[in-house]
Design a protein around this ligand. Structure first.
Ligand code: CO
Length: 134
């Protein structure tokens, strides 16, 4: 069911420092910061040949990233995103298999303008999983 690894999202305590590190130290193609108020994050996209990295930084008072950074002050991997062809079929299969879909279970439009869902990390070895329909 799942396809390509679309991206790995890393929560960072200092977006400028993390961007500079990926650009200068790791020699990556690093984009400009983009505010995404609907998701409570500022994101920097990093294009790799085979996938993307997203640096996440809290935006606003109710950011879902803030609690993660409170627990992981140095930052850390926040979620990984797999591509699926049909997000509704994927959701229904997962729900029938006992996995918990976060939120109200309806896809939201994600950072790339495509429908996404998140799966409870406790059902997936401690890893928050995002599904994106491509
Ligand atoms: Co994501």
């Amino acid at each position: 069911m799942i396809g390509r690894l679309n991206h790995v999202a890393i929560a960072v305590p200092d977006l400028d420092a993390a961007s500079a590190q990926y650009r200068s130290m790791l020699g990556a193609n690093v984009g400009a910061p983009q505010d995404e108020p609907d998701h409570g994050v500022t994101v920097v996209f990093i294009e790799l040949p085979n996938t993307k990295i997203e640096l996440l930084y809290p935006l606003g008072d109710a950011s879902p990233i803030q609690g993660f950074l409170d627990k992981n002050p140095a930052g850390g991997i926040h979620h990984i995103c797999y591509e699926v062809d049909d997000i509704i079929a994927a959701r229904d299969h997962l729900a029938a298999s006992g996995a918990r879909v976060l939120g109200n279970g309806e896809p939201k439009i994600g950072a790339h303008g495509k429908p996404v869902l998140f799966l409870h990390p406790k059902d997936f070895n401690g890893c928050l999983i995002e599904l994106e329909q491509v």
